[in-house]
Design a protein around this ligand. Structure first.
Ligand code: NDP
Length: 339
């Protein structure tokens, strides 16, 4: 069996975090509900990923897969493949749980679904607070963060962090709270370099985790009219050929050389190996410069349907879409049956 060797970065709490993780968001179906078709494959691939050396798993309440992710983890511990302390498990608190006291409720429910005593990192999924009925609650994320500090103090999470926070929101959080977030999980890929935000985080010892690291490169995220590079982009293909790697490996390696952690999602065993086989080559300065030139600020995950909500973190656009079903009322609702 192939084995992968993934190095660690350090969090500001002194703990290690593997520089590459396994993403568990299954994406939307054609009704914008979560597409659960591949859940059995996700379980199988995650199990394989742990067998070959993945130690970092990224999940969230929203993804509706915490029970299955927890089953895989506990099975691997039982089989003696890993010990709990070898794994780095991240989950996230959804927008319905932004009142200070609700953060602990959400984290305890995640732990119950995962069947774990603690997570290594828990993130505020978004800075906005929205009820299950889609009402903008306008709860200050400073209040929510106090709930995160409590969860940390109680040992339910070894580290706390945020996701989708912009520079202004981070500055305000740092100026008004006790614990510096260990991480900010944001979209970063070749189209969206996020230099200013990454520089800010790195200057403040906040580890940056890049979600949707392939951007529009992969067919599932290549909306009509979305920019290059795609998998067959000639510049990418020629750089990949030079190093004897694939275009996706060059992309993940580029992010790693920027000091970023990537959490690609795949339900393919060969890709799980491919995505982690990026630690044995170094992109040279010229290629790094060429890759940086793809940055055009294009967001794969703009979530512009939330742009009128308080604390929406991105630039507003003219595109106003309906909120996807999977992100609307779902607790005990018509969607996947998870509390
Ligand atoms: P990714 O950039 O990981 O792209 C996933 C897609 O790429 C899938 O269609 C997958 O297909 C394909 N793929 C994976 N590896 C390869 C490869 N080597 N070659 C070709 N295609 C490949 O996007 P995600 O949006 O899934 O982001 C990754 C993770 O980040 C999520 O799973 C989630 O954990 C997290 N996330 C967090 C967000 C947040 O708000 N904090 C928002 C979005 C994501 P296949 O499965 O068929 O291999």
């Amino acid at each position: 069996m192939a084995k992968v060797n993934i190095p660690n970065f350090k969090l500001n709490n002194g703990r290690d975090i593997p520089a590459l993780g396994y993403g568990t968001w299954l994406g939307f179906d054609d009704k914008t509900d979560i597409d659960m078709t591949d859940l059995p494959k996700l379980v199988d691939t995650l199990s394989y990923a742990i067998d070959i050396g993945y130690r970092h798993i990224d999940t969230a309440h929203l993804y509706r897969v915490e029970p299955e992710v927890g089953q895989v983890i506990n099975k691997k511990i039982k089989e003696g493949v890993v010990k709990r302390e070898d794994l780095f498990v991240t989950t996230k608190v959804w927008q319905h749980f932004h009142r200070e006291a609700d953060v602990e409720v959400s984290v305890r429910a995640s732990l119950r679904r995962l069947n774990l005593d603690y997570v290594d990192l828990v993130l505020m999924h978004w800075p906005m607070s929205i009820t299950q009925d889609g009402v903008d609650e306008k709860i200050d994320y400073l209040e929510t963060w106090r709930g995160f500090e409590t969860v940390l103090k109680k040992g339910l999470a070894k580290a706390i962090g945020v996701s989708n926070f912009n520079v202004e929101q981070l500055k305000r959080l740092l100026a008004n709270s006790k614990v510096v977030p260990a991480s900010n999980q944001i979209e970063i890929n070749l189209n969206l370099g996020q230099k200013e935000l990454v520089d800010f985080c790195q200057a403040h010892n906040i580890v940056v985790v890049a979600y949707s690291p392939f951007g529009t490169m992969v067919p599932s995220h290549a909306a009509p009219g979305s920019p290059e590079p795609k998998l067959n982009n000639p510049t990418m293909v020629s750089i990949a050929k030079k190093y004897g790697k694939t275009v996706t490996q060059v992309t993940l390696r580029y992010l790693f050389q920027r000091g970023l952690i990537s959490i690609p999602k795949t339900v393919s065993k060969s890709r799980v190996v491919e995505n982690a086989d990026i630690f044995d080559f170094v992109l040279d300065e010229n290629d790094v410069k060429t890759l940086a030139e793809f940055d055009n600020g294009y967001r794969t995950v703009p979530c512009s349907f939330w742009q009128d909500y308080a604390n929406y973190p991105f630039e507003k656009t003219d595109v106003k879409l309906e909120i996807p079903l999977a992100l609307r009322k779902w607790k005990n609702g018509a969607n996947q049956d998870i509390d």
